[in-house]
Design a protein around this ligand. Structure first.
Ligand code: SAH
Length: 395
């Protein structure tokens, strides 16, 4: 096994169990390793710190699999780690009974580059690093054993694979996909398209925030921006919203939203309206028409994938938040999110605060929001925190 020797002093993050070794921390590689191969990681003075996956193409040159001298990285290792993740989810009373559940959340679950989501009988995996890619078979075997799923589908089509020099891959890895797939989330049935949907097919991270939306929506007029397949819209209807206008630029996502509504005959479809439009333009038109709402949800796509995009992204967040605040009735609530890793909680709050000032409203935070418990944040990997939200009520 090749040995990665760190530069002097660069062992500190590894000793604090941070799993990433950046190119600038590597002194040299002793021996030969291909992408994804396991390497031993040593401090400059020769102390063995653990084992990592080698990613020669990436600025993150290696990702730690283990932080000790003894653990072998083999089939049994992945089986154990996968089983541990699944057991942790099953031990949580809010997660145990969920049809749709993130089973493995990458770095924060001790499996860098590995995402696995379960949708009923199907598990979808996304492998984003050279090491994860290499151990595909062991990870899939572990998932099958730990979940008893009938199919495993791969959606490794994320852009970040490019940084690792990996091609996008998607397809069935095991079993057979059912003709149609849906999950029940907080009493609402939602179709999941694991083949063509965003990410692994569905945004599981917003589960708890959708439930809160339902609770806040009773009797209110609701505007759901960037609605995708209607997750927030349907929870708002379930909570007794007076009306729900849902906007997205994707026709297919809206069509799925309408199908989802039909899957839930308990909901009053006459209260729902779907609009295919660019949210930035639609919000301006709604304002020009003098429309107002009691509850507005802004859940935009990732405007800033990394800190380098933060400035441009900040402007986009400001634009929609100013417009959102302006469209609220007195006493109304804005539920606003950012899923950009490049925009931290503090920065996001300051953007929302200046948006309120520019909109000329006085607002207060009534809920701080984050991803659901099946998207944990490793204490040693704060970078894992990407989704943040604020529910702000205007005076
Ligand atoms: N809130 C959704 C997830 C939102 S994902 C849920 O709970 O499932 C972001 C969505 O924004 C996608 O559906 C995408 O089609 C849409 N989108 C991206 N840019 C947009 C724009 N400028 N205007 C309208 N929709 C946009």
């Amino acid at each position: 096994m090749a040995r990665l020797i760190l530069q002097q002093g660069k062992e500190r993050p590894v000793l604090r169990r941070h799993p990433w070794i950046f190119a600038g921390s590597v002194d040299h590689l002793d021996g030969r390793a291909r992408p994804g191969d396991t390497v031993e990681v040593l401090s400059h003075d020769g102390k063995l710190l653990g084992r990592a996956a080698w990613s020669p193409e990436s600025q993150i040159r290696a990702r730690m699999w283990s932080f000790d001298a003894d653990t072998s990285i083999d089939h049994a290792f992945f089986k154990r780690r996968v089983a541990d993740c699944v057991a942790r989810r099953m031990a949580h009373p809010h997660l145990r009974g969920q049809d749709g559940l993130r089973l493995i959340h990458g770095e924060s679950d001790g499996l860098p580059g590995v995402i696995a989501d379960r949708f009923g009988p199907v598990v979808v995996v996304q492998l984003t690093s050279a090491g994860a890619d290499k151990w595909r078979e062991a990870i899939v075997a572990g998932l099958k054993q730990a979940t008893g799923c009938t199919a495993v589908y791969e959606r490794s089509d994320s852009e970040v694979r490019k940084l690792e020099g990996l091609e996008p891959v998607s397809g069935l890895l095991d079993g057979e996909l059912p003709a149609s797939l849906s999950i029940v989330e907080n009493g609402v049935r939602m179709e999941v398209d694991v083949v063509g949907g965003h990410k692994t097919g569905f945004y599981l991270d917003q589960r708890d925030n959708r439930l809160l939306t339902g609770q806040l929506a009773a009797g209110r007029s609701v505007l759901n921006c960037f609605c995708y397949t209607g997750g927030f819209s349907l929870q708002a209807l379930a909570g007794g919203a007076a009306s729900v206008l849902s906007i997205d630029s994707s026709g297919p996502a809206l069509a799925t939203g309408a199908r989802n509504l039909a899957l839930n005959p308990q909901l009053d479809a006459s209260r729902a309206e779907w609009m295919e439009a660019d949210v930035f333009e639609a919000l301006r038109s709604l304002r020009a028409e003098g429309r107002t709402f009691d509850l507005i949800i802004l859940d935009p796509p990732k405007f800033a994938p990394s800190a380098a995009h933060a400035q441009r992204a900040s402007r986009a967040y400001r634009d929609i938040n100013i417009l959102g605040f302006r469209l609220l009735n007195p006493g109304g609530i804005l539920m606003t999110y950012s899923c950009s890793g490049g925009i931290g909680q503090e920065l996001f709050q300051s953007i929302v605060a200046s948006s309120a000032v520019d909109a000329g409203v006085e607002a207060r935070i009534i809920h701080r929001l984050s991803a659901a418990a099946d998207h944990p944040i490793g204490l040693s990997v704060p970078e894992g925190e990407y989704l943040k939200g604020l529910a702000c009520q205007v005076g």
